[in-house]
Design a protein around this ligand. Structure first.
Ligand SMILES: Nc1ncnc2c1ncn2[C@@H]1O[C@H](COP(=O)(O)OP(=O)(O)OP(=O)(O)O)[C@@H](O)[C@H]1O
Ligand SMILES: [Mg+2]
Length: 299
């Protein structure tokens, strides 16, 4: 049951209107769980009869809570004596459950931005707040912990482990977070590999797979642990349009059912069609940021 201290620490003081668990959808619950994970430790949904001394509107505010807040983020790479400004002051808020695409010319800073958000690199200046944790203050070990438990990353260049099979590459990601027993773990891995169209190829190593098949292993590895945030850097670059659609449908389903937040970087119009928010980045700055009620494929 949700402890009052959690609600109070969330700044919720009303004692009148009550909200019961039956009014709290899975999506609401995910928001509460997210807050509790980052701020307070875990809460348990156990008793649905538990009354939250909170107005429904307060819960709705919780849903809208930002998962990510970037303020003035810059990144300057040093190439010998030359400075390469890749990001030049990014301000961005991403709410939980968004399905967002970042697009823009090659070299505009898309991968750099995803790397900062995904705790793979630190900005030169500015702040990145992820679920109420300030990433720029964390050391490598803590950044790795946040990434491992909360972020699924699909790399532009796959980054698969060459000596492991497709199955083992995906299993590795979920084994690290230690959430499942052996059978559950195997089921989960087999299911996600099948969902991205890799049934029958589980025992192949990366050098025995095509580019598109490797890309699908990378996608399965990012999705298998059901993270809060999936960052996918050009996830359809090596996929034909039919496979891209199948993979995007798997992601849309996760977005709807689990409230997973997705941020893509892409040049692919199909991925853009699926997005409900389109962010254009040019020369390391956000040039446009548009939301739409419905994606263009009417999911
Ligand atoms: N490690 C690095 N060292 C130096 N410069 C870098 C490094 N990584 C990226 N850059 C430079 O930073 C800029 C942004 O690169 P980034 O990879 O983020 O672009 P992108 O938008 O992802 O491009 P693409 O669409 O080609 O993937 C480019 O000018 C690139 O050359
Ligand atoms: Mg890139």
């Amino acid at each position: 049951m949700i402890r009052c201290s959690i609600l109070l620490r969330m700044g919720l003081k009303k004692e009148d209107d009550s909200v019961t668990w039956s009014m709290v959808s899975n999506r609401h619950f995910l928001s509460l769980r997210l807050i509790s994970f980052f701020q307070l430790g875990f809460i348990n949904k156990g008793s649905r009869a538990c009354h939250l001394n909170r107005a429904t509107s307060d819960v709705m505010e919780v849903i809208k809570m930002a998962l990510l807040k970037l303020k003035g983020v810059t990144k300057i790479y040093q190439q010998g004596k030359i400075e390469v400004p890749a990001l030049r002051g990014i301000d961005l808020i991403v709410e939980e459950g968004e399905f967002t695409t970042i697009f823009g010319p090659s070299g505009s800073g898309k991968t750099t931005l995803l790397n900062m958000i995904g705790c793979l690199d630190k900005p030169s200046s500015g702040s990145i707040n992820f679920g109420n944790k300030e990433l720029v203050n964390l050391d490598k070990k803590n950044l790795a912990m946040i990434r491992r438990h909360n972020v699924g990353f699909v790399f532009q260049s796959y980054n698969l482990i060459p000596v492991l099979t497709a199955f083992e590459n995906v299993e590795f990601a979920i084994r690290l977070i230690n959430k499942h027993n052996k059978n559950e773990l195997r089921d989960k891995v087999m299911k996600i590999l099948a969902a991205v169209g890799l049934e029958g190829l589980e025992n192949r190593k990366p050098n025995e797979l095509s580019g598109g098949q490797k890309q699908r292993v990378a996608i399965a590895r990012a999705l298998v642990k059901e993270p809060k945030l999936v960052l996918a850097d050009e996830p359809s670059a090596n996929l034909d349009s039919k496979t891209s659609e199948e993979v995007l449908e798997v992601m849309v389903k996760m977005n709807k059912e689990l409230g997973t937040t997705f941020i893509f970087s892409t040049h692919d119009p199909l991925v853009m069609d699926y997005a409900r928010r389109l962010i254009e980045i040019r020369d390391g700055l956000i040039a446009k940021d548009q939301r739409r009620e419905q994606d263009a494929v009417l999911n």
